[in-house]
Design a protein around this ligand. Structure first.
Ligand code: CTP
Ligand SMILES: C[C@](O)(CO)[C@H](O)COP(=O)(O)O
Length: 227
């Protein structure tokens, strides 16, 4: 099933404390964003990549795409102050069928799962990749525990997230109109009662967020190279 993908890549990487967009940090000599883009460049079902970026970094992104032969980025879109706004801006350039949203900061998505995700989105409206939560989760205020949350129904949600484009566009419009800010795109469907289903993913699909994620990323990369 064909799809367009919106990749938000306009963050500042504050939690990484690298003093630059963390997507330019290299893993084994290759920038993180290149790993992410390659997954979609190599997927024959991906029609086009829409990349939301900070305009000040446009030349850097263009240089990387030229150097690594990335040809499917058909739109370089101005990102927003929040991830949700970067996705919203990208969505304006997406087609009318299936659209995926995938963090630039998740370079280890397994291509095999993307088609399952698209099928599910076509059937249900929205679908997310997620893994069962492994830790015991407690709710607390001011470090005082209020309760232990029942774990069997908890999922840690990742990207990609796939949607019927018309539903995602409507969900974003409504969130924008009501000044609602979510941490992922599926939450915008949930609040307008559109269905979102889970496709079980794997724990390697980490989002590179803080310094320690870089050595987890190196380990995952080495594991993948051994295959
Ligand atoms: N205004 C923003 C914020 C984030 N992102 C993108 O959304 C993805 C997930 O966001 P996150 O991991 O939070 O990245 P940063 O915002 O860069 O990190 P931080 O929150 O630590 O500053 C990243 O690919 C990031 O580039 C974006 O396009 N626009
Ligand atoms: C969309 C996301 O990757 C799902 O896990 C995540 O919510 C991005 O935002 P965060 O603020 O870094 O959690």
């Amino acid at each position: 099933m064909f799809y367009d993908v919106v990749i938000p890549a306009a963050g500042q990487g504050k939690r990484m404390k690298a003093g630059k967009n963390k997507l330019f940090i290299e893993l084994s000599g290759i920038p993180i964003i290149v790993y992410t883009l390659r997954v979609f460049e190599d997927d024959p079902n991906c029609r086009k990549i829409i990349l939301s970026i900070n305009p000040a970094e446009k030349d850097h992104f263009n240089q990387l795409m030229a150097a690594y032969g990335i040809k499917k980025v058909k739109e370089l879109v101005k990102g927003g102050g929040e991830r949700q706004q970067s996705v919203y801006n990208g969505l304006q350039h997406a087609g009318e069928e299936i659209v995926l949203v995938h963090d630039g900061a998740r370079p280890f998505i397994n291509q095999g799962q993307i088609s399952d995700l698209c099928e599910a989105a076509s059937l249900h409206g929205g679908a997310v990749i997620a893994v069962p939560v492994k830790d015991t989760i407690k709710r607390a205020t001011d470090n005082k525990v209020l309760e232990t949350v029942e774990r069997s129904s908890l999922w840690a949600v990742q990207t990609p997230q796939a949607f019927r484009a018309s539903i995602l566009k409507r969900a974003h419009e409504q969130a924008e109109a009501e000044a609602f800010l979510g941490t992922d795109d599926a939450s915008l469907l949930e609040r307008i009662d559109e269905q979102v289903v889970i496709i079980e993913g794997n724990y390697d699909n980490i989002k590179i967020t803080t310094q320690e994620d870089l050595y987890f990323a190196d380990a995952i990369l080495h594991k993948q190279k051994r295959k």
